[in-house]
Every structure is written in C-alpha cells, then in structure tokens.
Design a protein around this ligand. Structure first.
Ligand code: NCD
Length: 359
C-alpha cells in the first residue's frame, strides 16, 4: 500500500486524481483522508451506505446509542471551518457525538492565531497536536490536500476530511447525495438507468462537481446540465464525463427537461465568488427555479434535491410534496458522515457484528 509519506509533494502533484487516490486509502480500501470524490467507487459507496443504514438502525435504541458512543470515545476531532456553514458543520459535529468523539472548533479565524499572522499550515499542524482528525472547510482549493501531505511528514499524521474546498470539491456532500439517490431508488431497481438534471450555478457549485463525478460509478446515468451560459458547468467536468462514456447534454430550458428527470439537483447562485460586486445579480436566472407549476411536469417518482442553503430557486410550496427530498437528504448527511468517520477509524466490522447480533 502506498502512503502520502512515500511520495514527494512535487511528484504527487503531477498525478491525476485517480492516481492520487491510491495514496489516501487504507489497506482495506477504506478512506484514510477524504479529499475528493475520485476516491470512491461503487463498491465503497455501497459499503458506506450499508454502514450508514446499520448505524441509523442501531441508533434507534438507547443501548444501540450507547454502543455507538463507545466506538471512538478515545478520539478527538477538530472542526476547522473558515467558511460559512450550518448543515455540514452541524452534521459533522453530530456524527462525532454519535460516535463518542469529542470535538474542538475554529469557525472564525479573526479570533484564532491566523489573525496574528499565523500561516494556515502552522494552524493545521497545531490542530494535529491536540486532535486525532481534522474536518476542514476552507475557501482555498488545495489546502486540505496539502495539509494531508504535510501532516503525513510529521510525527502526528492524522486523517483529514475535506468538508468543502473553495469552489472545487465537496466530497462528503456528494456522499450524502449518492446515499439519498440510493435510498430513493432502492425499491425501483436501484441507481441505474436514471436521468439526473443539475440546475443553477453549475460553474461554481462544488457539490455539482463532486456529485457528477460520483454518478459516473453507476450504470447508464444520463446527466443534463441546465444553467444560463455564464453559470454553465465547466469543461473539465464534461471532459471527464466524455472520457468515461457518460451521456450528457447542456440546456437552458428547465421546464423542457423536467419530464425526463428522475432526480433534479437544484443549486443556489454562488455569488460569494463574484469577481465584481453584483455581477451574478445581472444574470437572468428566473427560468431556473422550481415551483408548483414545475412540479406538475415532474414524474410521480421523480425527486427534487438541493444541498441547501436555498434562496428562491425552490419555492417553499414544494416543501411538503413527497417528492421534495432535500430535508431528508440533509439528515442522510449526518448518517453517511457518521459512517465515513467510523470507517476511517476502523470501526466498520464491529458495527456490522453488533448489527448482525442485535437485529
Ligand atoms: C453547499 C456548499 O457549501 O457548497 N452547502 C452545503 O454544504 N450543504 C452548497 C451551497 O453553499 O450552495
């Protein structure tokens, strides 16, 4: 097994994401670091979904909850979130609580030593002195990856989970999105032969980048990217889909594609990345929204997803429609993140054993 310790940073950077993945996994193909979606294949995604299902079943009883709490009660995790977050932060924190992990957090770097001029690399090395895992969200694209490499060359190498790296990737959001799709289509033949529509700010939405990649692990998934030209998906994502033989097309017309959709993945305008103030507001986005009229066009078994937070791209009238999946999707995030952390710390087998002997 190759480890980050075995490769120079210069050499590592020349590798493709698939090649880099080899350095981030444990011997049993569980992730050690979780940095990008390319680390997960259908088999690993299935393992995580199964583990999440078992954890949520075990968590329904007091004795099960106590068992889960004893899983990793000897570990501590640092939540380093220097970008805004509600769901991802809270679901990771809850996931840690479920497994008995104590957490520390930095959410506002203006009250950390970064304010005194400490480099992010030094801050992260500091966290590694006190904690056994770092879960991090930052505006910089490559910081989680660089930190994983840096720490692997110290006396305290600890796992890093990327909870959102700038506009680049959000691998654990993609895990919860896949988990939601797997559960939604479980009784209808599974996640295969489906059409997934992505709509909104596809250019700067990191969740779309990560999820569109994960979907390439499943057979015959068609993707339709619906956005105004200024916000359309980036060419590198399309090149990857092409190389993997995935069928896709681009569109400007949400209403026209809704009848074909098994799942519609809505996203908000990511205007925090605007180069000049008010730039996004000038883009006409009124056709890229879901309301009661659009829901009439969606098949009775179709689902609406959203990583949240939303603005007005999904009207609140849709919230109580059984096809609105975004609230359940959010809760799925807590369970799949619990499964990921449990797997990272080598608890998969013990959870299966407990499940088998109690359910
Ligand atoms: C997403 C993100 O941070 O990329 N939110 C989340 O983690 N659920 C989506 C967004 O902010 O639009």
């Amino acid at each position: 097994m190759q480890r980050l310790y075995d490769i120079s940073w210069e050499k590592y950077q020349t590798l493709s994401l698939e090649e880099k993945s080899v350095y981030l996994m444990q011997d049993d193909n569980s992730p050690y670091h979780t940095l990008f979606a390319q680390q997960f294949d259908a088999q690993l995604l299935g393992r995580l979904a199964l583990l999440a299902n078992e954890i949520r079943a075990i968590g329904k009883t007091r004795s099960g909850t106590e068992f889960l709490k004893s899983m990793v009660s000897h570990k501590r995790a640092m939540l380093y979130f220097s970008q805004p977050s509600s769901r991802t932060f809270l679901s990771f924190k809850s996931a840690c609580q479920i497994l008995g992990i104590q957490t520390g957090e930095v959410r506002d770097t203006s009250i950390s030593s970064e304010f005194k001029g400490e480099s992010k690399d030094d801050s992260i090395r500091t966290f590694s002195s006190y904690f056994d895992m770092i879960i991090m969200r930052t505006p910089e694209k490559g910081l989680a990856e660089r930190s994983a490499w840096n720490l692997s060359h110290t006396e305290r190498p600890i796992p890093i989970i990327n909870a959102g790296s700038g506009p680049d990737q959000h691998p654990t959001q993609a895990l919860l999105d896949i988990y939601t799709l797997l559960r939604s289509f479980e009784k209808q033949g599974g996640l295969r032969n489906r059409t997934v529509v992505f709509c909104g700010d596809l250019r700067r939405g990191r969740t779309v980048r990560s999820l569109s990649y994960l979907l390439t692990n499943y057979p015959n998934i068609r993707m339709i990217f619906v956005a105004p030209d200024e916000l359309q998906i980036m060419q590198d994502v399309l090149d990857t889909l092409k190389a993997k033989g995935v069928e896709y097309r681009l569109s400007h017309d949400l209403r026209a594609v809704i009848p074909e959709a098994d799942a519609i993945y809505m996203t908000r305008i990511q205007d925090e990345w605007d180069q000049s103030k008010g730039e996004s507001a000038k883009i006409d986005t009124h056709l890229y929204k879901i309301g009661a009229e659009e829901m009439k066009l969606l098949s009775p078994r179709g689902i609406i997803m959203h990583p949240l937070p939303r603005r007005d791209e999904i009207s609140t009238d849709v919230d109580n429609d059984p096809r609105a999946m975004y609230w359940r999707q959010m809760r799925n995030g807590m369970w799949i993140r619990t499964a990921l952390i449990a797997m990272t710390f080598g608890c998969e087998k013990r959870i299966h054993e407990y499940f088998r002997s109690n359910y």
